[in-house]
Write a protein that binds this ligand. Structure first.
Ligand code: 5AD
Ligand code: SF4
Length: 440
């Protein structure tokens, strides 16, 4: 049988990756096949991100390249979705610039994609369906995960924090949590399929459950998930430092499956800038939380997100960030150059920082981060570490790759029968980004 196939490209965060896995799940359930060949696809979907300007520019560039494909194959269906589409006038602008796009939809109505597809097949042109209000949570969408070893499970959608640089609350709506039993059932069905690791996803996971009746705290949810038989590792992202309460630290300490890795975005080390960012904690309060985590969870790895060049950031403010990074000794960090986003308060702030200064600060920060990650990784030398084997190593397919509980990437010599399983690896060399070794 000659089935139709689809190609999907995803930009942005894990939330978008999970949305793409759902789009893929829906398409497979109605008979389509996934392809990695854009040129021969019957449907091309771009799932977009708008957190930084760069992500948007990539979408424009890629859309431009589809013009020719559509000309050669007028039957080709092109769909654009995701966060970028939720911005005011964006969908109309896209259709104006790229009139060959067939379907545009947003983050709140992705579950209707099969319906939009049908409408195109019945001759409708340029469908734009953006919903500005979130309608609760749609459960039960089939999901086609990228991996059959580890997977994302969304526990809550949206964000109420309104950090002044961030577009997410405007495109993903207000916080709403899934019912704990729906989350548990999803994880149990993953266990049946052989999944070993799950990452709980949400823009601010430690405010999970606040809108549920009865209320369920994030710590309670962690404990319930830890009781599910068969799952080996539990991770979560992203927690907000202001809400990192003692009950969560206690739950991590007591639940054997929760991994010793906390991703705790700091964004800046200057209390003055943190205030302008509306982060609701000071440098000292952040360091206190880190200290508590380190004291309670032995050998924990701490990673973060940092933005350089926020409006008004002085050399002294930036030095506070360097100082904080040195104090925390991060295992790694996602470092970002501040990007102006229309509609956010920071876009309207004066004292925007020049590109030269932003780049110079970025490089200095990366040096500090690489230094501490190299130092922390060296501590693994000569040790035997539990690794979840994910597959062949990317750069050398005579080796395998996997991750430690602390999230460190390990390339190692070992038995490929162990892909999908936990094994022990003796670490014999390290650098800033990974560990290497041999299965024992
Ligand atoms: N400019 C630069 N980085 C940003 N982030 C969010 N918004 C912006 C922006 N306007 C970063 C934050 C966040 C991560 C996902 O993206 O560090 O934690
Ligand atoms: Fe954006 Fe702040 Fe919400 Fe994270 S917590 S999604 S940075 S507004």
């Amino acid at each position: 049988m000659n089935t139709k196939n689809f190609f999907i490209e995803t930009w942005g965060c894990q939330m978008n990756e999970e949305d793409s896995e759902k789009l893929s799940g829906m398409l497979k359930s109605i008979g389509y096949t996934k392809t990695t060949q854009k040129d021969t696809a019957d449907i091309i979907i771009f799932n977009t991100c708008c957190v930084r300007e760069n992500a948007e520019l990539k979408v424009y560039g890629n859309l431009g390249m589809l013009r020719k494909l559509k000309k050669n194959n007028p039957e080709l269906i092109i769909a654009v979705c995701g966060c970028m589409m939720q911005q005011k006038n964006m969908a109309k602008d896209i259709i104006k610039r790229f009139p060959f796009v067939d379907i545009i939809f947003g983050t709140h109505n992705a579950y209707k994609f099969p319906e939009y597809l049908n409408r195109v097949r019945y001759g409708e042109k340029s469908i734009i369906e953006i919903q500005n209000k979130e309608d609760g949570i749609v459960e039960g969408i089939p999901i086609d995960r990228e991996s059959n070893i580890k997977g994302f499970v969304t526990i809550m959608y949206g964000c109420n924090n309104f950090c002044t640089y961030c577009i997410v609350p405007y495109v993903r709506g207000r916080e709403r949590s899934r019912l704990p039993e729906n989350i548990e059932n999803e994880i149990k069905s993953m266990v049946e399929k052989g999944y070993k690791e799950i990452t709980l996803l949400g823009q601010n996971v430690n405010s999970y459950g606040k809108n549920l009746n009865p209320k369920v705290s994030f710590a309670q949810l962690l404990r319930r998930i830890n009781n599910i038989d068969g799952i080996e590792r539990i991770r979560f992202m992203t927690p907000h430092p202001k809400d990192f309460t003692d009950d969560v630290i206690e739950a991590i300490k007591q639940c054997d499956k929760i991994c010793e890795h906390i991703h705790l975005p700091v964004q800046s080390g200057s209390t003055r800038i943190l205030k302008k960012m509306n982060r609701n904690y000071s440098k000292e309060q952040y360091l206190k939380v880190v200290d508590k985590i380190k004291r309670s969870i032995p050998n924990v790895a701490i990673t973060t997100d940092i933005i350089v060049g926020f409006p008004g950031e002085t050399e002294l403010d930036f030095e506070e960030t360097l100082d904080l990074a040195k104090k925390v000794q991060y295992d790694s960090a996602f470092t970002f150059i501040y990007s102006k986003r229309k509609g956010t308060p920071a876009d309207e702030m004066g004292e925007q920082i020049s590109d030269d200064i932003k780049h110079e600060r970025f490089n200095r920060l990366v040096d500090v981060i690489n230094n501490s990650s190299a130092k922390n990784n060296k501590l693994y030398l000569g040790k035997s570490e539990e690794v979840l084997v994910e597959g062949l190593s990317k750069n050398d397919n005579t080796k395998l790759m996997g991750r430690t509980r602390t999230g460190k990437l390990v390339n190692f010599l070992g038995n490929s029968d162990n892909i999908g399983k936990l094994t022990n690896v003796h670490i014999n060399s390290t650098n800033s980004f990974s560990l290497s070794g041999e299965e024992v």
